[in-house]
Design a protein around this ligand. Structure first.
Ligand code: FAD
Length: 390
């Protein structure tokens, strides 16, 4: 039987953007709920590499300065929350590595030395002596230079737990199927048989934002998708977090390490994942395996299994294709939102909270949740991957 429900703020999408905004709005006294169609974090968030980018990677060639500069202010907000003294208490979440490495042939570093040097002056980048290189680079056969970047890497699921668990009765399992709009205002959304009305609607549903964008009249050019085929390697590999750079400042591969029940996982993004987006699973894996054996020839690649995961980065459209920061597109009492990067979730929450405050004051009231099941936590891509040996 059709039913209805009403609240102050309804958020659609339980990735990092929706979760951080939900926590901020609840802390401010709003009667807010979040709807997630699948599992918490199950989109890009749990598929991300968890890097708290401070912009070093984006500033290496002197271009993309806007994003490099804007990113610099983001990690401190996270680190404060992770230390339990920030805008949210995320002290139960885990930092898997406090830093990353950047390794490259000396010929390349000679060209970007000035930029790296500038960041080194600010204490963000340190050139390492070979004795201090991570084992994967020292024993793996890297020849060239190695820098340490002061950028942390997170265990993203522990972050999702830290955000979601204290407010789990506010995070419901259900998909937004349709929007009702009258005189430019969203009056309700349809979730199966349930009609939900709210003073304010926030869409943080990544590719799912395309439905809201179209209904609100933003047009198809408001959103973009940039596909990646992330590569996963499982086997006796030492931990490594960082970027391998060759002839261009774009990393050949960005590698993060993750422990799983079935062994150590290397999760490879960067060039191998961008190239892989237009390749089949088998071809993308073969390409990445060749690259890995070329950059670190002495690692035990014969004992490694491989898998890949195809995903769309769902973003606001950007002329340069790389959005400079978080975006909130308002339409009367609704907004379509993208963090553009995990690390921008707090900055996006600044925008969503300001938008909600411009429309309604916190009621301080809480209401019983809508008649929907609670959403459960999602899994990492490597936990459901199909592995193959080469
Ligand atoms: C492979 C990869 C690696 C990345 N690595 C990094 C990194 O290291 N550092 C960094 O800062 N950023 C990184 N990013 C970017 C970052 O992951 C994303 O910008 C961020 O996670 C987006 O968060 P989100 O909440 O907007 O979207 P998502 O995490 O995709 O969440 C959207 C949610 O909305 C739900 N949904 C969709 N449609 C509906 C609907 N109709 N009704 C209800 N719910 C719906 C989905 O199920 C999903 O859970 C990476 C991205 C990718 C793809």
């Amino acid at each position: 039987m059709p039913s209805s429900f009403s609240c102050q703020v309804l958020i659609a999408g339980g990735g990092i953007a929706g979760l951080w905004s939900l926590r901020r709005l609840l802390a401010a006294g709003y009667n807010a709920f979040l709807l997630e169609q699948n599992h918490i974090g199950s989109g890009q968030t749990l598929g991300s590499q968890g890097i708290l980018h401070g912009g070093v990677k984006y500033g290496l060639d002197g271009s993309n300065r806007a994003i490099a500069d804007q990113l610099r202010s983001q990690p401190p907000r996270w680190l404060d929350s992770l230390a339990g003294r920030g805008e949210l208490n995320l002290s139960s979440a885990t930092i898997t590595s406090p830093c990353q490495h950047l390794w490259a042939a000396d010929s390349w570093l000679a060209r970007v030395g000035a930029t790296v040097g500038a960041r080194a002056m600010q204490g963000e980048v340190t050139k390492l002596n070979p004795a201090d290189w991570p084992a994967a680079l020292r024993d793996g056969g890297h020849h060239g230079s190695v820098y340490q970047l002061e950028e942390s890497v997170l265990d993203v699921r522990s972050v999702c737990h830290a955000l979601a668990d204290p407010v789990k009765d506010r995070i419901l399992h259900g998909a937004i199927d349709d929007l009702s709009i009258k005189d430019g205002r969203v009056t309700s959304i349809q979730c199966g048989d349930l009609s939900i009305s709210a003073d304010v609607f926030l869409f943080t549903a990544a590719t799912g934002n395309e439905l809201a964008s179209a209904a609100l009249g933003f047009g198809p050019k408001a959103t973009q998708r940039r596909p990646l085929r992330m590569i996963m390697a499982r086997g006796p590999l030492p931990s490594l977090w960082g970027h391998c750079v060759a002839v261009s400042p774009k990393p050949v591969a960005t590698i993060t390490s993750h422990n799983s029940d079935s062994g150590r996982i290397w999760y490879l993004g960067g060039g191998v994942a961008e190239d892989g987006a237009s390749l089949s699973n088998a071809d993308a894996i073969a390409n990445a395996a060749r690259t890995a054996a070329r950059i670190l020839p002495n690692l035990p690649w014969h004992a490694v299994q491989w898998a890949s995961w195809l995903v769309d980065r769902a973003e606001p459209a950007a002329d340069s294709r790389l959005p400079d920061g978080p975006v909130l597109r308002p339409a009367t009492n609704a907004a379509v939102c993208w963090p553009s990067k995990l690390v921008y979730a707090p900055a996006l929450a600044d925008l969503t909270e300001a938008f909600v405050r411009s429309l309604t004051s916190p009621s301080g009231l809480s209401s019983p949740p809508p008649p929907l099941p609670l959403a459960t936590m999602g899994s990492y891509p490597w936990e459901s991957a199909s592995w193959l040996s080469l």
